[in-house]
Design a protein around this ligand. Sequence first.
Ligand SMILES: Cc1cc2nc3c(=O)[nH]c(=O)nc-3n(C[C@H](O)[C@H](O)[C@H](O)COP(=O)(O)OP(=O)(O)OC[C@H]3O[C@@H](n4cnc5c(N)ncnc54)[C@H](O)[C@@H]3O)c2cc1C
Length: 436
Amino acid sequence: MTVQIITQAPLDAPAGPFEVAIVGGGAAGLATAIFAARALRERSTYEAARTRVLVLDGAKTLGAKILVSGGSRCNVTNVHVDAADFWRPGSPFVRQVLRAFPVPETRTFFEDLGVALKEEPLGKLFPVTNKSRTVLDALLAEARRLDVEIRTSARVRGLARTADQWRLETPTEPIQAKRVVLATGGLSLPRTGSDGFGYELARKLGHTIVATVPALEPLVLGGGFHTPLSGIAHEAAVRVSRPGEKTVEIRGSILWTHFGISGPLALNASRFFRRARVEGTAADMTLSFVPHLTAEAVDHQLVTATRARPRHHAATEVSGAFGLVQAVASRLVATSIGRDEPLSRLTREKRRALVQSLTSLPLDVVDGRGYNFAEVTSGGVPLDEVNPKTMESRLVPGLHFVGEILDVDGRIGGFNFQWAWATAKVAGQAIAKARR
Ligand SMILES: Cc1cc2nc3c(=O)[nH]c(=O)nc-3n(C[C@H](O)[C@H](O)[C@H](O)COP(=O)(O)OP(=O)(O)OC[C@H]3O[C@@H](n4cnc5c(N)ncnc54)[C@H](O)[C@@H]3O)c2cc1C
Protein backbone atom coordinates (compact mmCIF):
# COMPACT_ATOMS: atom_id res chain seq x y z
CA MET A 1 0.00 0.00 0.00
CA THR A 2 1.34 3.44 -0.82
CA VAL A 3 0.73 6.30 1.54
CA GLN A 4 0.44 9.73 0.03
CA ILE A 5 1.87 12.45 2.17
CA ILE A 6 0.47 15.87 1.33
CA THR A 7 2.97 18.48 2.30
CA GLN A 8 1.33 21.42 0.65
CA ALA A 9 -2.30 22.33 0.11
CA PRO A 10 -3.38 23.12 -3.45
CA LEU A 11 -2.63 26.75 -4.23
CA ASP A 12 -6.26 27.88 -4.31
CA ALA A 13 -7.34 26.01 -1.14
CA PRO A 14 -7.34 28.59 1.62
CA ALA A 15 -5.49 27.82 4.85
CA GLY A 16 -7.57 28.22 7.97
CA PRO A 17 -10.07 29.21 9.01
CA PHE A 18 -8.28 31.12 11.73
CA GLU A 19 -10.11 32.88 14.50
CA VAL A 20 -8.18 35.98 13.58
CA ALA A 21 -5.50 36.90 11.06
CA ILE A 22 -3.35 39.83 12.13
CA VAL A 23 -1.71 41.66 9.24
CA GLY A 24 1.58 43.06 10.54
CA GLY A 25 3.75 41.67 13.33
CA GLY A 26 5.16 44.88 14.79
CA ALA A 27 4.50 46.07 18.32
CA ALA A 28 0.74 46.42 17.87
CA GLY A 29 0.31 43.21 15.86
CA LEU A 30 2.32 40.99 18.22
CA ALA A 31 0.59 42.43 21.28
CA THR A 32 -2.83 41.94 19.67
CA ALA A 33 -1.94 38.30 18.98
CA ILE A 34 -0.96 37.81 22.62
CA PHE A 35 -4.03 39.50 24.07
CA ALA A 36 -6.37 37.71 21.65
CA ALA A 37 -4.76 34.30 22.28
CA ARG A 38 -4.89 34.78 26.06
CA ALA A 39 -8.53 35.87 25.98
CA LEU A 40 -9.48 33.06 23.59
CA ARG A 41 -7.89 30.53 25.92
CA GLU A 42 -9.88 31.86 28.82
CA ARG A 43 -13.03 31.32 26.80
CA SER A 44 -12.34 27.90 25.32
CA THR A 45 -10.43 24.72 26.00
CA TYR A 46 -6.70 24.69 25.36
CA GLU A 47 -7.05 22.47 22.29
CA ALA A 48 -9.85 24.51 20.79
CA ALA A 49 -7.78 27.64 21.09
CA ARG A 50 -4.59 26.22 19.57
CA THR A 51 -3.14 27.92 16.52
CA ARG A 52 -6.24 29.95 15.90
CA VAL A 53 -4.37 33.21 15.98
CA LEU A 54 -2.25 33.98 12.95
CA VAL A 55 0.23 36.80 12.42
CA LEU A 56 1.29 37.57 8.84
CA ASP A 57 4.20 39.89 8.18
CA GLY A 58 5.77 40.87 4.89
CA ALA A 59 9.25 41.22 6.41
CA LYS A 60 11.74 38.34 6.62
CA THR A 61 12.10 38.81 10.37
CA LEU A 62 9.83 40.47 12.89
CA GLY A 63 10.23 43.54 15.03
CA ALA A 64 12.70 45.68 13.07
CA LYS A 65 11.11 48.86 14.40
CA ILE A 66 11.07 47.65 18.00
CA LEU A 67 14.78 46.89 17.64
CA VAL A 68 15.74 50.37 16.42
CA SER A 69 13.40 52.17 18.81
CA GLY A 70 14.62 54.38 21.63
CA GLY A 71 18.21 54.30 20.32
CA SER A 72 18.03 50.46 20.34
CA ARG A 73 16.85 50.57 23.97
CA CYS A 74 13.07 50.70 23.30
CA ASN A 75 11.27 53.34 25.32
CA VAL A 76 8.39 50.96 26.09
CA THR A 77 6.05 53.50 27.68
CA ASN A 78 5.96 56.47 30.03
CA VAL A 79 5.06 56.76 33.70
CA HIS A 80 2.48 59.43 32.86
CA VAL A 81 0.42 58.89 29.73
CA ASP A 82 -2.53 61.11 28.97
CA ALA A 83 -4.69 61.88 25.95
CA ALA A 84 -2.95 65.28 25.89
CA ASP A 85 0.28 63.52 24.89
CA PHE A 86 -1.30 62.62 21.56
CA TRP A 87 -2.60 64.44 18.59
CA ARG A 88 -5.39 65.54 18.91
CA PRO A 89 -5.07 66.52 22.54
CA GLY A 90 -7.94 65.48 24.76
CA SER A 91 -9.64 63.26 22.18
CA PRO A 92 -12.34 61.17 23.96
CA PHE A 93 -11.44 58.23 21.67
CA VAL A 94 -7.80 58.30 22.70
CA ARG A 95 -8.73 58.76 26.36
CA GLN A 96 -11.08 55.76 26.28
CA VAL A 97 -8.50 53.47 24.68
CA LEU A 98 -5.74 54.57 27.07
CA ARG A 99 -8.03 53.93 30.01
CA ALA A 100 -8.54 50.35 28.87
CA PHE A 101 -4.83 49.63 29.35
CA PRO A 102 -3.31 52.05 31.82
CA VAL A 103 0.45 52.30 32.30
CA PRO A 104 0.55 50.18 35.51
CA GLU A 105 -0.97 47.34 33.46
CA THR A 106 1.65 47.82 30.76
CA ARG A 107 4.36 47.55 33.41
CA THR A 108 2.81 44.39 34.84
CA PHE A 109 2.37 42.95 31.34
CA PHE A 110 6.08 43.34 30.61
CA GLU A 111 7.25 42.32 34.04
CA ASP A 112 5.19 39.11 33.74
CA LEU A 113 7.02 38.47 30.47
CA GLY A 114 10.31 38.86 32.32
CA VAL A 115 11.03 42.40 31.10
CA ALA A 116 11.87 44.51 34.16
CA LEU A 117 11.51 48.22 33.42
CA LYS A 118 13.36 51.22 34.83
CA GLU A 119 12.38 54.85 34.88
CA GLU A 120 14.52 57.56 33.28
CA PRO A 121 14.14 61.36 33.16
CA LEU A 122 10.79 62.65 31.87
CA GLY A 123 9.13 59.43 33.03
CA LYS A 124 10.45 57.31 30.17
CA LEU A 125 10.40 53.56 30.88
CA PHE A 126 13.09 51.33 29.37
CA PRO A 127 14.01 47.68 29.91
CA VAL A 128 16.69 47.41 32.62
CA THR A 129 18.83 45.53 30.10
CA ASN A 130 18.96 48.70 27.96
CA LYS A 131 18.29 46.45 24.98
CA SER A 132 15.20 46.58 22.78
CA ARG A 133 15.98 42.95 21.87
CA THR A 134 14.74 42.02 25.38
CA VAL A 135 11.31 43.46 24.57
CA LEU A 136 11.04 41.81 21.17
CA ASP A 137 12.23 38.41 22.43
CA ALA A 138 9.74 38.50 25.31
CA LEU A 139 6.83 39.26 22.96
CA LEU A 140 7.87 36.50 20.57
CA ALA A 141 8.32 33.97 23.40
CA GLU A 142 4.87 34.74 24.77
CA ALA A 143 3.32 34.45 21.30
CA ARG A 144 5.01 31.06 20.90
CA ARG A 145 3.83 29.90 24.34
CA LEU A 146 0.28 30.75 23.29
CA ASP A 147 0.62 28.82 20.00
CA VAL A 148 0.23 31.94 17.91
CA GLU A 149 1.17 31.04 14.35
CA ILE A 150 3.62 33.52 12.88
CA ARG A 151 4.38 33.64 9.17
CA THR A 152 7.11 35.95 7.91
CA SER A 153 7.77 36.88 4.26
CA ALA A 154 3.98 36.75 4.06
CA ARG A 155 2.96 40.12 2.73
CA VAL A 156 -0.82 40.44 2.46
CA ARG A 157 -1.60 41.69 -1.01
CA GLY A 158 -5.37 41.66 -0.89
CA LEU A 159 -8.23 41.35 1.52
CA ALA A 160 -11.83 40.41 0.75
CA ARG A 161 -14.85 39.58 2.81
CA THR A 162 -16.77 36.53 1.70
CA ALA A 163 -20.08 35.86 3.54
CA ASP A 164 -18.91 35.55 7.17
CA GLN A 165 -15.21 34.92 6.42
CA TRP A 166 -12.23 36.90 5.28
CA ARG A 167 -9.91 35.83 2.50
CA LEU A 168 -6.37 37.16 2.60
CA GLU A 169 -4.08 36.93 -0.41
CA THR A 170 -0.46 36.11 0.44
CA PRO A 171 2.48 35.15 -1.83
CA THR A 172 2.07 31.44 -1.07
CA GLU A 173 -1.59 30.68 -0.42
CA PRO A 174 -4.88 32.35 0.38
CA ILE A 175 -5.88 32.40 4.04
CA GLN A 176 -9.29 32.29 5.63
CA ALA A 177 -10.07 33.99 8.91
CA LYS A 178 -13.14 35.02 10.83
CA ARG A 179 -11.64 38.36 11.77
CA VAL A 180 -8.83 40.51 10.45
CA VAL A 181 -6.70 43.04 12.27
CA LEU A 182 -4.78 45.63 10.27
CA ALA A 183 -1.60 46.32 12.25
CA THR A 184 0.48 47.45 9.29
CA GLY A 185 1.87 50.62 10.88
CA GLY A 186 2.39 53.80 8.91
CA LEU A 187 5.07 54.99 6.50
CA SER A 188 7.91 55.88 8.82
CA LEU A 189 11.18 54.04 8.33
CA PRO A 190 9.86 52.06 5.33
CA ARG A 191 12.89 49.73 5.30
CA THR A 192 11.40 48.07 8.41
CA GLY A 193 8.45 46.89 6.28
CA SER A 194 5.94 49.64 7.05
CA ASP A 195 5.43 51.03 3.58
CA GLY A 196 1.85 52.30 3.89
CA PHE A 197 0.21 49.43 2.02
CA GLY A 198 -2.13 48.93 4.99
CA TYR A 199 -3.76 52.25 4.09
CA GLU A 200 -4.48 50.86 0.60
CA LEU A 201 -6.06 47.74 2.08
CA ALA A 202 -8.27 49.91 4.34
CA ARG A 203 -9.15 52.26 1.48
CA LYS A 204 -10.22 49.40 -0.78
CA LEU A 205 -12.58 48.26 1.97
CA GLY A 206 -14.29 51.67 2.01
CA HIS A 207 -12.32 53.55 4.66
CA THR A 208 -11.09 57.08 4.16
CA ILE A 209 -7.52 57.96 5.13
CA VAL A 210 -6.57 61.24 6.80
CA ALA A 211 -3.68 62.59 4.68
CA THR A 212 -0.45 61.16 6.04
CA VAL A 213 2.75 63.11 6.78
CA PRO A 214 5.96 62.27 8.63
CA ALA A 215 5.90 63.20 12.33
CA LEU A 216 8.66 63.24 14.92
CA GLU A 217 11.22 64.06 12.23
CA PRO A 218 14.27 66.35 12.30
CA LEU A 219 13.74 69.72 10.61
CA VAL A 220 15.76 71.30 7.82
CA LEU A 221 16.42 75.03 8.35
CA GLY A 222 17.18 77.72 5.83
CA GLY A 223 19.83 80.36 6.50
CA GLY A 224 23.09 79.58 8.19
CA PHE A 225 22.38 80.11 11.89
CA HIS A 226 22.56 76.40 12.69
CA THR A 227 25.70 75.44 10.73
CA PRO A 228 28.45 76.41 13.23
CA LEU A 229 26.42 75.05 16.15
CA SER A 230 26.25 71.49 14.75
CA GLY A 231 26.54 68.95 17.57
CA ILE A 232 25.48 71.28 20.42
CA ALA A 233 22.42 70.36 22.51
CA HIS A 234 20.61 72.44 25.13
CA GLU A 235 17.19 73.06 26.65
CA ALA A 236 14.90 75.45 24.78
CA ALA A 237 11.29 76.09 23.80
CA VAL A 238 9.60 76.32 20.43
CA ARG A 239 6.47 78.41 20.02
CA VAL A 240 4.23 77.47 17.11
CA SER A 241 1.67 79.98 15.83
CA ARG A 242 -0.98 78.95 13.37
CA PRO A 243 -3.65 81.23 11.89
CA GLY A 244 -6.78 81.18 14.03
CA GLU A 245 -5.31 78.81 16.63
CA LYS A 246 -3.82 79.20 20.07
CA THR A 247 -0.03 79.41 20.17
CA VAL A 248 1.49 76.11 21.25
CA GLU A 249 4.67 76.05 23.35
CA ILE A 250 6.83 72.93 23.39
CA ARG A 251 9.82 72.59 25.69
CA GLY A 252 12.68 70.13 25.66
CA SER A 253 16.15 69.46 24.42
CA ILE A 254 17.20 70.70 20.98
CA LEU A 255 20.16 69.38 19.00
CA TRP A 256 21.74 71.60 16.33
CA THR A 257 22.86 69.69 13.25
CA HIS A 258 24.50 70.44 9.92
CA PHE A 259 21.07 70.53 8.24
CA GLY A 260 19.02 72.22 10.99
CA ILE A 261 17.60 70.87 14.22
CA SER A 262 16.91 67.50 15.79
CA GLY A 263 16.43 66.17 19.34
CA PRO A 264 13.13 65.71 21.20
CA LEU A 265 12.10 69.37 20.94
CA ALA A 266 12.52 69.56 17.16
CA LEU A 267 10.88 66.17 16.65
CA ASN A 268 7.85 67.12 18.73
CA ALA A 269 7.50 70.43 16.88
CA SER A 270 7.87 68.86 13.43
CA ARG A 271 4.31 67.56 13.11
CA PHE A 272 2.95 71.15 13.22
CA PHE A 273 5.10 72.18 10.27
CA ARG A 274 4.01 69.17 8.19
CA ARG A 275 0.34 69.26 9.09
CA ALA A 276 0.16 72.98 8.33
CA ARG A 277 1.67 72.32 4.91
CA VAL A 278 -0.72 69.53 4.05
CA GLU A 279 -3.67 71.60 5.31
CA GLY A 280 -2.56 74.58 3.22
CA THR A 281 -1.88 76.85 6.19
CA ALA A 282 1.33 78.03 7.86
CA ALA A 283 2.99 77.25 11.16
CA ASP A 284 5.40 79.97 12.25
CA MET A 285 8.01 78.74 14.71
CA THR A 286 10.20 80.76 17.03
CA LEU A 287 12.81 79.48 19.43
CA SER A 288 13.44 80.68 22.96
CA PHE A 289 16.84 79.95 24.47
CA VAL A 290 15.51 80.99 27.87
CA PRO A 291 12.13 79.23 28.10
CA HIS A 292 11.58 80.19 31.74
CA LEU A 293 11.96 83.95 31.09
CA THR A 294 9.84 86.57 29.31
CA ALA A 295 11.39 89.11 26.95
CA GLU A 296 10.79 91.81 29.56
CA ALA A 297 12.64 89.82 32.23
CA VAL A 298 15.60 89.20 29.90
CA ASP A 299 15.75 92.88 28.96
CA HIS A 300 15.61 93.89 32.62
CA GLN A 301 18.41 91.47 33.43
CA LEU A 302 20.61 92.93 30.68
CA VAL A 303 19.96 96.49 31.83
CA THR A 304 20.92 95.53 35.39
CA ALA A 305 24.02 93.68 34.14
CA THR A 306 25.09 96.74 32.11
CA ARG A 307 25.08 98.83 35.30
CA ALA A 308 26.90 96.17 37.31
CA ARG A 309 29.38 94.93 34.70
CA PRO A 310 29.67 97.55 31.91
CA ARG A 311 32.91 96.11 30.55
CA HIS A 312 31.56 92.58 30.21
CA HIS A 313 31.17 91.60 26.62
CA ALA A 314 27.60 90.78 25.54
CA ALA A 315 28.33 87.14 24.59
CA THR A 316 30.06 86.42 27.91
CA GLU A 317 27.21 88.03 29.83
CA VAL A 318 24.52 86.16 27.87
CA SER A 319 26.36 82.86 28.32
CA GLY A 320 26.92 83.34 32.06
CA ALA A 321 23.63 84.96 33.03
CA PHE A 322 21.36 82.65 31.06
CA GLY A 323 23.40 79.44 31.23
CA LEU A 324 23.99 79.19 27.47
CA VAL A 325 26.88 77.34 25.85
CA GLN A 326 29.45 80.02 24.85
CA ALA A 327 29.26 79.08 21.15
CA VAL A 328 25.47 79.55 21.18
CA ALA A 329 25.74 82.90 22.99
CA SER A 330 28.38 84.11 20.52
CA ARG A 331 26.24 83.03 17.58
CA LEU A 332 23.21 84.86 18.95
CA VAL A 333 25.22 88.02 19.50
CA ALA A 334 26.81 87.81 16.04
CA THR A 335 23.49 87.36 14.23
CA SER A 336 21.49 89.90 16.22
CA ILE A 337 23.94 92.81 16.84
CA GLY A 338 26.98 91.98 14.72
CA ARG A 339 30.32 92.50 16.51
CA ASP A 340 30.52 91.42 20.17
CA GLU A 341 30.84 94.55 22.34
CA PRO A 342 31.05 95.53 26.01
CA LEU A 343 27.57 95.93 27.51
CA SER A 344 28.16 99.69 28.02
CA ARG A 345 28.35 100.17 24.26
CA LEU A 346 25.09 98.38 23.49
CA THR A 347 22.49 100.80 22.19
CA ARG A 348 18.91 100.23 23.24
CA GLU A 349 18.13 98.96 19.71
CA LYS A 350 20.96 96.46 19.85
CA ARG A 351 19.95 95.28 23.31
CA ARG A 352 16.38 94.78 22.14
CA ALA A 353 17.56 92.88 19.06
CA LEU A 354 19.57 90.60 21.32
CA VAL A 355 16.59 90.06 23.62
CA GLN A 356 14.44 89.27 20.57
CA SER A 357 16.93 86.61 19.39
CA LEU A 358 17.22 85.11 22.85
CA THR A 359 13.47 84.81 23.39
CA SER A 360 12.00 84.37 19.93
CA LEU A 361 14.46 83.58 17.20
CA PRO A 362 12.47 82.85 14.01
CA LEU A 363 13.08 79.31 12.75
CA ASP A 364 13.13 79.23 8.96
CA VAL A 365 11.88 75.66 8.56
CA VAL A 366 12.17 74.78 4.90
CA ASP A 367 11.53 71.04 5.10
CA GLY A 368 11.45 67.92 7.24
CA ARG A 369 13.89 65.04 6.81
CA GLY A 370 11.09 62.74 5.62
CA TYR A 371 9.85 59.25 6.36
CA ASN A 372 13.33 57.71 6.41
CA PHE A 373 14.06 59.75 9.54
CA ALA A 374 10.57 60.15 11.04
CA GLU A 375 9.64 58.07 14.07
CA VAL A 376 5.93 57.99 13.30
CA THR A 377 3.28 58.88 10.75
CA SER A 378 0.64 61.50 11.36
CA GLY A 379 -2.72 60.78 9.71
CA GLY A 380 -4.23 57.41 8.83
CA VAL A 381 -7.53 55.65 9.48
CA PRO A 382 -9.90 58.27 10.97
CA LEU A 383 -11.01 57.62 14.53
CA ASP A 384 -14.67 58.25 13.74
CA GLU A 385 -14.62 55.19 11.47
CA VAL A 386 -13.54 52.91 14.34
CA ASN A 387 -15.25 51.80 17.56
CA PRO A 388 -13.01 52.61 20.55
CA LYS A 389 -14.56 49.80 22.61
CA THR A 390 -13.41 47.13 20.15
CA MET A 391 -11.09 48.83 17.62
CA GLU A 392 -13.48 47.37 15.05
CA SER A 393 -14.31 49.23 11.88
CA ARG A 394 -17.67 50.98 11.96
CA LEU A 395 -17.90 50.37 8.20
CA VAL A 396 -16.72 46.77 7.78
CA PRO A 397 -17.69 44.21 10.42
CA GLY A 398 -14.91 41.86 11.48
CA LEU A 399 -12.12 44.29 10.59
CA HIS A 400 -10.04 45.86 13.39
CA PHE A 401 -7.28 48.49 13.45
CA VAL A 402 -4.45 48.76 15.97
CA GLY A 403 -1.32 50.87 16.37
CA GLU A 404 0.12 53.45 14.07
CA ILE A 405 -2.21 52.83 11.10
CA LEU A 406 -4.78 54.89 13.00
CA ASP A 407 -4.90 58.68 12.84
CA VAL A 408 -3.14 59.07 16.18
CA ASP A 409 0.45 60.04 16.87
CA GLY A 410 2.07 60.72 20.18
CA ARG A 411 4.98 62.84 21.25
CA ILE A 412 8.46 61.53 22.06
CA GLY A 413 8.72 59.55 25.29
CA GLY A 414 7.15 56.08 24.91
CA PHE A 415 3.67 57.30 24.00
CA ASN A 416 3.51 55.69 20.56
CA PHE A 417 4.29 52.26 21.96
CA GLN A 418 1.71 52.79 24.70
CA TRP A 419 -0.79 53.45 21.92
CA ALA A 420 0.24 50.19 20.25
CA TRP A 421 -0.15 48.16 23.50
CA ALA A 422 -3.47 49.81 24.46
CA THR A 423 -5.14 49.40 21.06
CA ALA A 424 -3.89 45.80 21.01
CA LYS A 425 -5.43 45.07 24.39
CA VAL A 426 -8.81 46.49 23.32
CA ALA A 427 -8.82 44.64 20.00
CA GLY A 428 -7.52 41.33 21.43
CA GLN A 429 -10.22 41.18 24.05
CA ALA A 430 -12.96 42.20 21.64
CA ILE A 431 -11.93 39.50 19.19
CA ALA A 432 -12.20 36.78 21.84
CA LYS A 433 -15.51 38.15 23.05
CA ALA A 434 -16.96 38.17 19.53
CA ARG A 435 -16.05 34.51 19.00
CA ARG A 436 -19.00 32.66 17.65
C1 LIG B 1 13.72 55.11 14.85
C2 LIG B 1 12.44 54.98 15.65
C3 LIG B 1 12.51 55.00 17.03
C4 LIG B 1 11.33 54.91 17.77
N1 LIG B 1 11.40 54.90 19.12
C5 LIG B 1 10.27 54.81 19.87
C6 LIG B 1 10.33 54.70 21.28
O1 LIG B 1 11.41 54.58 21.87
N2 LIG B 1 9.14 54.71 21.97
C7 LIG B 1 7.92 54.78 21.33
O2 LIG B 1 6.89 54.78 22.00
N3 LIG B 1 7.85 54.79 19.99
C8 LIG B 1 8.98 54.79 19.24
N4 LIG B 1 8.90 54.79 17.88
C9 LIG B 1 7.57 54.67 17.26
C10 LIG B 1 7.10 53.21 17.35
O3 LIG B 1 8.17 52.37 16.97
C11 LIG B 1 5.89 52.95 16.45
O4 LIG B 1 4.87 53.88 16.76
C12 LIG B 1 5.37 51.54 16.64
O5 LIG B 1 6.39 50.61 16.38
C13 LIG B 1 4.19 51.28 15.71
O6 LIG B 1 3.84 49.94 15.85
P1 LIG B 1 2.89 49.22 14.81
O7 LIG B 1 2.85 47.80 15.20
O8 LIG B 1 1.60 49.96 14.69
O9 LIG B 1 3.60 49.38 13.39
P2 LIG B 1 5.02 48.83 12.90
O10 LIG B 1 5.94 48.65 14.01
O11 LIG B 1 5.42 49.74 11.80
O12 LIG B 1 4.70 47.38 12.33
C14 LIG B 1 3.99 47.18 11.14
C15 LIG B 1 4.34 45.80 10.60
O13 LIG B 1 3.42 45.51 9.54
C16 LIG B 1 4.13 44.85 8.51
N5 LIG B 1 3.37 45.06 7.27
C17 LIG B 1 3.11 46.22 6.64
N6 LIG B 1 2.34 45.99 5.56
C18 LIG B 1 2.11 44.65 5.51
C19 LIG B 1 1.37 43.80 4.63
N7 LIG B 1 0.69 44.28 3.58
N8 LIG B 1 1.35 42.47 4.89
C20 LIG B 1 2.02 41.94 5.96
N9 LIG B 1 2.75 42.72 6.82
C21 LIG B 1 2.77 44.05 6.59
C22 LIG B 1 5.51 45.48 8.52
O14 LIG B 1 6.48 44.62 7.94
C23 LIG B 1 5.74 45.70 10.02
O15 LIG B 1 6.40 44.62 10.60
C24 LIG B 1 10.06 54.82 17.12
C25 LIG B 1 10.01 54.76 15.72
C26 LIG B 1 11.19 54.84 14.99
C27 LIG B 1 11.11 54.75 13.49
